[in-house]
Design a protein around this ligand. Structure first.
Ligand code: ADP
Ligand code: MG
Length: 406
């Protein structure tokens, strides 16, 4: 049986087609982490899309339109999530001018007219309410400004949105960009013939979107190591008083179920035994390291403690394939980045095949200066977990396939 990876590997790439004189729309993932001053703290996702963009420029595509989402705007335009904050960096990295398009519907004629070597960046596609709804109307509108669709947004390839999925219905030629194919190769190495034991290290704050995935990956892994806000929900499920920590009440049952199934399936599960806690996130002066069972009144967990670092590091050291998504604490705050840094060091110090994924987690690895010591830094967090689950990601599902051309 062909694996899900095998199916995705068979999609056509840019080299299988001719972009000369064509209007190319590239769905990229420029959802980069930003600090509180709107500075891009890690531009890896932009840099990783450059080979695809440059290829189209070098092969005389007549215009290149870049489409991406950025952050999670709730209701139309929000200044904070405007892509205008990204244009300058993109221009610097591409060494050329990029034309920013506020409203692609009113600028449609300009984009749709072939004009050699112009690069357009459309405003945040999630300002359109049809994007997440995978609306036919938005998909069709996007398709009307291009001849070729290239999906290179691996980080969003687990979503069925208009610009990642719906649009493929309306474009004749649709292929994967270089980043998509590179990601699939890297995960193929970890998942197709994995060297066991396989450890999945998860953390971070997107509990609701990631916790259900954990259940389905239990069949594929040997160890599940959980930290960050994700682990708070599990500790709560064990009956610990988590005080003001971030956790999701509505997923306590899911956490209990995951713990039960892990036991039944022989997956070793590791949770924090101690935590770094504070009672004031904005002005953290009173910081206490406590056993996970002993969080003080009004305190919240913000990082894993030193005993947990030791425990997790030992479990990591005994693994041969390690996939990591989600920081161990609020790593953006220096005082609470220690656990995440040490786990980055522990994973980097192994001789295992190591993949780290997720915007924030990749940023954390960069901050820990361990980039060179990982086998692969993926631009996908949720997407990598869904790959692990065995899914064919929607972002690949409807691209042209190689055999169709034979
Ligand atoms: P990624 O972007 O790598 O997929 P997530 O977005 O899921 O990761 O999670 C990253 C966020 O999780 C960071 O902003 C970090 O501050 C937050 N986080 C981690 N641990 C905690 C915690 N204990 N309490 C609150 N937030 C946390
Ligand atoms: Mg994130």
């Amino acid at each position: 049986m062909t694996s899900n990876i095998g199916v995705m590997r068979e999609v056509q790439g840019l080299k299988d087609i001719d972009v000369t004189g064509k209007r190319v729309l590239i769905r990229v993932d420029f959802n980069v982490p930003m600090d509180s001053h709107n500075n891009i703290s890690d531009d890896r996702r932009i840099r990783m899309a450059l080979p695809t963009i440059n290829y189209c420029i070098d092969h005389n595509a007549c215009s290149i339109t870049l489409v991406t989402h950025f952050g999670r705007p709730k209701n139309g335009y929000e200044e904070e999530y405007s892509l205008k904050h990204i244009v300058k960096r993109l221009e610097r990295l591409l060494h050329r001018r990029v034309e920013f398009i506020d409203n692609f519907e009113t600028s449609r004629d300009e984009i749709a007219t072939c004009s050699l070597e112009r690069v357009f960046l459309l405003e945040n596609i999630r300002f359109h309410d049809g994007e997440k709804k995978n609306s036919k109307e938005l998909s069709e509108k996007l398709s009307s400004i291009c001849d070729i669709y290239v999906n290179d947004a691996f980080g969003t390839s687990h979503r069925e949105h208009a610009s990642t999925y719906g649009i493929t219905e309306f474009v004749d030629t649709k292929v994967a960009g270089f980043l998509m194919l590179k990601e699939i190769e890297a995960f193929g190495k970890a998942l197709e013939e994995p060297i066991r034991p396989i450890a999945l290290v998860v953390g971070g704050a997107k509990i609701s979107t990631k916790i259900t995935l954990l259940k389905s990956v239990l069949d594929k892994i040997d160890k599940l190591i959980i930290g960050g806000a994700m682990s708070n929900t599990f500790l709560k499920a064990l009956g610990y008083d988590m005080q003001n920590s971030l956790y999701e009440d509505s997923f306590i049952d899911t956490a209990l179920d995951i713990m039960k199934q892990a036991r039944e399936k022989g997956v070793k599960l590791y949770l924090p035994v101690d935590l770094v806690t504070t009672n004031n996130l904005d002005n953290p002066i009173d910081i206490q390291i406590v056993p996970a069972q002993d969080i003080l009144d009004e305190f919240m967990a913000v990082d894993i403690g030193p005993a947990t670092v030791k425990l997790f590091s030992e479990a990591i050291g005994l693994s041969n394939t390690i996939i990591w998504n989600g920081p161990m604490g609020i790593y953006e705050v220096d005082k609470f980045s220690r656990g995440t840094n040490k786990i980055a060091n522990a994973i980097a110090d192994t001789y295992a095949y190591t993949i780290v994924g997720g915007g924030d987690t990749a940023d954390a690895v960069e901050k820990a200066r361990e980039v060179e010591n990982f086998s692969f830094i993926s631009t996908g967090g949720g997407a990598s977990l869904e790959l692990l689950e065995g899914k064919i990601l929607p972002g690949f599902a409807r691209l042209d396939r190689k055999e169709e051309n034979n």
